[in-house]
Design a binder for this molecule. Structure first.
Ligand code: SF4
Length: 166
C-alpha cells in the first residue's frame, strides 16, 4: 500500500488565489510607485498584494499600500458627490455635472476679479493669488503635469503644491 508523508488535509491546502486571474497595477497612494498584483475571480477582485517582479519594491508594500483592497471594500468610503453650502450644517447629494459647473464658475469669477496683469513697476506678471491647488499623492505624473500646466500657465495661479514630492 502506498503511503505518503502528508495527510489528506495537508494535500488539500492551496493558495487562496488558486484559479484567480492575476493582473498588474500600481499602488495609487504615493510617488514611490510600488507594483501591485491584483487577483480577480469571476470579475471580482479577491485580493491585492505586492508584486515580487517590481524593481521598485520587490513585492513589499508599506501598510498603506498593503491595504489597497480597502479602496474597494470599505463600507465607509463615500462614492457619491456631497456638497455643503456655505454656513450650512448638513451635506446634500449633488450630481458630478453640477459640482464641475460650480467649480468652473467659481474659478472664473475669482480669476476675473483677482488676476494681476502688471505689478507696481509695470512688469507683466499675470498672476493670481486668490486660488491655490493642493494635490494628493493619488494623482499620477500625467495628472500632475496637467494640473501644473492648467493652474500656472493657464490661470496664473502661484500656489500649486502636492503632498507627494514629484
Ligand atoms: S503608499 Fe506605500 S506601497 Fe504605495 S507606492 Fe507608496 S510606499 Fe509603495
Amino acid at each position: 500500500m502506498d503511503r505518503e508523508p502528508w495527510s489528506p488535509r495537508t494535500a488539500d491546502v492551496h493558495s487562496r488565489y488558486r484559479d484567480a486571474e492575476r493582473r498588474h497595477a500600481l499602488c495609487p497612494y504615493c510617488a514611490v510607485g510600488c507594483s501591485l498584483a491584483v487577483y480577480t475571480r469571476d470579475g471580482e477582485v479577491v485580493g491585492i498584494e505586492g508584486d515580487e517582479n517590481s524593481p521598485v519594491s520587490r513585492g513589499r508594500l508599506c501598510p498603506k499600500g498593503a491595504n489597497t483592497l480597502q479602496l474597494l471594500r470599505n463600507p465607509h468610503r463615500i462614492d457619491r458627490v456631497l456638497y455643503r453650502a456655505p454656513y450650512a450644517g448638513a451635506w446634500e447629494e449633488r450630481s458630478l455635472e453640477w459640482v464641475v459647473d460650480r467649480i468652473a464658475r467659481l474659478v472664473k469669477e475669482a480669476r476675473d476679479a483677482d488676476l494681476v496683469e502688471y505689478d507696481e513697476s509695470g512688469l507683466k506678471v499675470n498672476h493670481l493669488k486668490s486660488i491655490a491647488s493642493l494635490g494628493g499623492s493619488a494623482c499620477d505624473n500625467e495628472e500632475n503635469y496637467l494640473i501644473k500646466k492648467l493652474f500656472t500657465g493657464g490661470l496664473g495661479v502661484l500656489s500649486v503644491e502636492n503632498q507627494a514630492r514629484l
